[in-house]
Design a binder for this molecule. Sequence first.
Ligand code: SAH
Length: 233
Amino acid sequence: MSFAASVLTLYPEMFPGALGLSLAGRALEAGTWSLEAIQIRDFATDRHRTVDDTPAGGGAGMVMRADVLAKAIDHASPPGDPRPRLLMSPRGKPLMQARVRELAAGPGAVILCGRFEGVDQRLIEARGLEEVSIGDFILSGGEPAALVLLDAVVRLLPGVMGNAVSGEEESFENGLLEHPHYTRPQEFEGRQIPEVLISGNHKKIAQWRRAEAEKLTRERRPDLLAAAHPLAK
Ligand code: SAH
């Protein structure tokens, strides 16, 4: 069975967007995954197709209505749908490669994209939405976040990446950032490719890469090292 994504949004035209190109686009065409972008506004009940209203308690901005969103979610994901229901949200759990892997191994995802100030809290609770953040910054809407999440998931689906090994050696997969890369030409503006990489000694090359990865991780992301080796702090 292929990975089925249903995205609830006020801007369905944003999909598949970048995911219609390159690896993800080819996989979409090949049926390795599917994408359905659902217009939330179609589930509004009034003449003006209203999806938001002013915040209870006052303040700036607008809040997406629980009743309209519930109808949209129930349409996209009726009871018994095994797919997790995600809400893209800066208040969510930061997205990590481990969760991306889990999602890629599952049947798909139903993804709600917020706009304005966000969505009514009762909707999050009533539909058991898992809030997912793509980082500590504020986007104008959940759509770019959904594209980021799906890009990360789709490249892990079987058959999408030509060279599966390159996935396993990547940043985060072993709790480390990846080592630096080099390719021809041998000399660039006076800088050489590190000697060991052209030595042909595969054991030395592996050792060098591992050491570089550890050094880079210590310098830039000591938090990753601490998580990977709790005693190595
Ligand atoms: N008022 C909210 C921000 C709303 S931004 C707050 O302060 O928490 C509007 C929408 O963009 C959100 O509902 C969410 O769907 C999306 N969004 C913004 N930043 C995001 C992030 N870092 N990760 C995931 N989604 C995000």
